[in-house]
Structures are given as structure tokens and as C-alpha cells.
Design a binder for this molecule. Structure first.
Ligand SMILES: Nc1ncnc2c1ncn2[C@@H]1O[C@H](COP(=O)(O)OP(=O)(O)OP(=O)(O)O)[C@@H](O)[C@H]1O
Length: 217
């Protein structure tokens, strides 16, 4: 469902081009969860950002279902993120001025893909029923990340991309949040690609891939 082929990306640093991705090949099948590991600075976030259309690659191809992501312009990539991708980051990134209820529906409403029954199921499964009137600053880290996962999955994306989603959580909370995410991903049948430094958490996903020296071995 996601197919990345020969992806390359360099950054210009101190007058020199530094190649970060040197021909990355990666697939994520429908319903599959994949952990992306690699040492610090190996380019994991760069790869995730390119797949999310937050930045453009220098070469290679990214295809998501029947969409040629690499061929999209800025507007097309923004549309892709809005309608087809769920994004979760380490810093939760909830909208501080909106209640939990409003944060939750934000993505599905702007994508025009709000589904009341699925929304209610997300609230139930993520244990958010009693938190709906609160604001992000009134939540723990684990609670905030549960809202962020609900927001990302509400429009039923094709692919959930997560960059160190449990990096700010203690071990027990990380386990609980990831368990919920895996369950919900299985329920929607979307693909799941997660960057993590934790071999323990990586092992709980269907498959692990390692980024090293600019390629996936
Ligand atoms: N906008 C940028 N301009 C220049 N160099 C960049 C930029 N973004 C990333 N880099 C460089 O690209 C390399 C890969 O960075 P990236 O954040 O993708 O690695 P990472 O594997 O996610 O690291 P970490 O595990 O520490 O988060 C690093 O050497 C980084 O300094």
C-alpha cells in the first residue's frame, strides 16, 4: 500500500551536500505495522517527513495506494496529509485553544470525513469519555497522546505515520498507548509506520526495518 523506491535526499550543510538518504526502498502493506529504527541522525525523521509530504525528495518515488506522492505539488501534498494520512509526533501537537472533543474531530471535519459511529468508538476505546471537556494543558502526556492518536485516526487514513510517539512517556504509559494504537490500526486496516529508538517497542510491531548509512538493509 505504501511503496518507497530508491528515495534520495541530501541537505546542504556548511557549503557541502550531505547525503542522508541514499536510495531507500520500503513497503508497508495494508494492515501492516512496521517499526523504523536506526541510530540518531540516520535519517528516520527525514524519511517519515518525505512520506508525509512535509518535504520533497531529491530522487526516487513514493506511492501510497494509487497516489504518486512524489509527483504532487505543495497543494497536493497538503491535501494528501489532510485526507489520507494520520500523523502523530513525540510532542503530541494538540491545539491548545481547543477542547479534547474539538481536537478529536478537527482532522476528520477538515477532511470532510467525519463518521459519528467511528468517532464514538475511538472515544470509547481510547478511554476519552470523561476528558472531552478538558483542554490539552489539563491532560497528562499519555492522555494527550491518546487524543492525538484519535484525531489522526478519525478520518480513517490509509497510513498512520508516527515519529517517536511514545518518546515523552514513561515505559508503562508508552506500552499502553502503543497497545491502543496497534489495536485501532488493526481495526481500521490502515498501514502503520513508526519511528522508534526502543528495540522493545519495535519488537511489538509486525516487522522491523533499520536505516543505516542512508539505506534500509
Ligand atoms: N533541514 C535540515 N537541514 C540540514 N540538515 C538536516 C536537516 N534536517 C535533518 N538534517 C540532517 O540530516 C540527518 C538526519 O536527520 P534526521 O532527523 O532525519 O535523523 P533521525 O534518524 O530522525 O535522528 P534522531 O533519531 O536523532 O531523531 C542529520 O545529520 C541531520 O543533522
Amino acid at each position: 500500500m505504501l511503496r518507497v523506491t530508491g528515495l534520495t535526499k541530501s541537505y546542504r550543510s556548511a557549503g557541502e551536500d550531505v547525503a542522508v538518504l541514499r536510495g531507500v526502498d520500503l513497503t508497508v502493506a495494508t494492515g501492516e505495522s512496521v517499526a523504523l529504527t536506526g541510530e540518531s541522525g540516520s535519517g528516520k525523521s527525514t524519511l517519515l517527513h518525505l512520506i508525509a509530504g512535509l518535504d520533497a525528495a531529491d530522487g526516487g518515488e513514493i506511492a501510497l495506494a494509487d497516489i504518486n506522492v512524489s509527483g504532487l505539488n505543495d497543494a497536493g501534498r497538503a491535501e494528501l496529509r489532510r485526507d489520507r494520512l494520520g500523523l502523530v509526533f513525540q510532542q503530541f501537537n494538540l491545539i491548545p485553544s481547543l477542547s479534547v472533543a474539538d481536537n478529536l474531530v478537527f482532522q476528520s471535519r477538515i477532511a470532510g470525513r467525519h463518521d459519528a459511529a467511528w468517532h464514538d468508538e475511538l472515544v470509547e476505546r481510547l478511554g476519552l469519555k470523561n476528558l472531552l471537556r478538558r483542554y490539552p494543558e489539563q491532560l497528562s502526556g499519555g492522555q494527550q497522546q491518546r487524543v492525538a492518536i484519535g484525531r489522526a485516526l478519525a478520518p480513517k487514513p490509509l497510513l498512520l505515520l508516527a515519529d517517536e510517539p511514545t518518546g515523552n512517556l514513561d515505559e508503562d504509559t508508552a506500552d499502553e498507548v502503543l497497545h491502543l494504537a496497534r489495536d485501532l490500526v488493526a481495526r481500521t486496516g490502515c498501514g502503520f509506520l513508526m519511528v522508534t529508538h526502543s528495540a522493545r517497542l519495535a519488537a511489538t510491531l509486525d516487522r522491523q526495518v533499520n536505516l543505516h548509512a542512508g539505506v534500509i538493509a
